[in-house]
Ligand binder design. Structure first.
Ligand code: XIL
Length: 381
């Protein structure tokens, strides 16, 4: 399937030319609009006051076809891994900005907005390995140590990338089933105060940037994760922590072909809006792990319909301002990388088809579903 109702990308350009010729021949503007505008997902998003973008790995910036697709579809990019603390400071005090710098100059050269992902990711496996030893050495005063670590890192990153206007300041601090804080070297000594330290430092260093708490609570039937995030944010906002938005990752695999609770999801989003927060869809993808059929057309159709349903609900909330996918194509999806957990793959071993474009960079029905959902979203400022 191709971006515009079955037209190939080459034909899309043809359609644009036919449209222009149509104008010359005096055809009505609405015919022209149907045929021609707008082509890319970000262009469609912008007509509703939204933005569209993707994650990209620093190592893939040399893939010409992918870059062309990003230029066509995206107004925003985010680094898949290059800004993470583990990548930036692999050894204590020794920094590697290669990937992050490459992504930042790509954004600059290609006129894309850049999101920063992420400053503090409390799970022990996501923090640099050297931290474990350092925390132990800090003895009784692990809280003071953790505060110092977070402040230094947040200030360093934000000062180095002053053009970034939206940062995931804290990522995945809440445990999905219990709703409690994720136990890790940084959260144990600080508890919820981890948010205070990180967000306040971020605000101090980048007074104008949008500061985001990012997590993967979903529209599934379990309430623990959603409630935990609500409690965390409510408490933080009461304490005056400067949070501007909630990032909803939206890796939808766990709910495709599983029960969902749309009402509870709407209620959750209402509560987020009532807190005065904006909402960003930060990492959308939809693994077809649970679709039993091996037939590609069936799998793609089901995935697209599911994504459309999810976006329709979530974009009906006018404080939802952005949709970013976690990779544009199946070829580059982390779900098809060697390290991706066996338990999250398809039981039949077939590669997952969770992104809007396939391995040949041809648009799939999911791309059309995103386009339709963006176009149908109520306009927002
Ligand atoms: C993932 C990357 O895609 C992988 O390449 C990496 O090995 C692990 O992290 N939630 C997040 C993202 O916030 O940072 C994760 O990205 C996917 C889940």
């Amino acid at each position: 399937m191709n971006p515009l109702n079955g037209l190939t990308r080459r034909n899309t350009l043809g359609a644009a030319l036919v449209g222009i010729a149509g104008l010359a021949l005096g055809k009505t503007a609405s015919v022209l609009a149907d045929t021609v505008l707008p082509l890319g997902l970000d262009a469609i998003a912008q007509t509703r006051g939204l933005r569209f973008g993707t994650a990209i790995a620093a190592g893939k910036l040399n893939q010409r076809d992918l870059v062309a697709l990003i230029d066509q579809e995206c107004g925003v990019i985010v680094a898949e891994n290059a800004f993470k603390w583990k990548q930036i400071e692999p050894q204590k005090g020794s920094f590697d900005f290669k990937g992050a710098d490459a992504i930042a100059s790509f954004a600059d050269n290609h006129k894309k907005l850049l999101r920063g992902h992420n400053l503090v990711w409390p799970g022990n496996e996501f923090q640099p390995d050297w931290m474990k030893g350092k925390a132990a050495q800090s003895g009784k005063d692990t809280a003071a140590w953790a505060v110092k670590m977070i402040r230094q890192h947040v200030a360093l990153m934000i000062s180095r990338f002053p053009d970034i206007m939206s940062w995931d300041v804290v990522n995945e601090a809440v445990k999905p089933y219990t709703g409690k804080l994720n136990a890790s070297i940084l959260t144990q000594p600080l508890g919820d105060r981890l948010l205070d330290v990180a967000f306040k430092m971020a605000r101090q260093t980048a007074p104008k940037a949008q500061l985001v708490y990012n997590d993967y609570m979903s529209w599934g039937i379990g309430v623990g994760h959603r409630d935990g995030v609500l409690r965390l944010l409510e408490g933080a906002i009461k304490r005056g922590v400067p949070i501007d938005a909630l990032g909803i990752q939206s890796h939808l695999w766990a709910t495709l072909d599983r029960p969902i609770d749309e009402l509870a999801w709407r209620k959750f989003l209402e509560e987020i809006e009532a807190m005065g927060l904006d909402i960003l869809i930060t990492e959308l993808d939809c693994s077809d792990r649970n679709v039993i059929s091996k037939n590609v057309a069936v799998r793609d159709a089901e995935t697209a319909a599911f994504v459309k349903g999810y976006l329709d609900v979530t974009l009906s909330f006018k404080r939802t301002k952005e949709v970013l996918v976690w990779g544009l194509c199946d070829r580059d999806s982390y779900m098809n990388a060697a390290f991706f957990a066996e338990s999250r793959r398809r039981p039949d071993g077939l590669p997952l088809r969770g992104q809007p474009y396939d391995t040949e960079l041809q648009a799939k029905p999911m791309r059309q579903a995103i386009a339709n959902a963006l176009a149908a979203a109520p306009a927002r400022s």
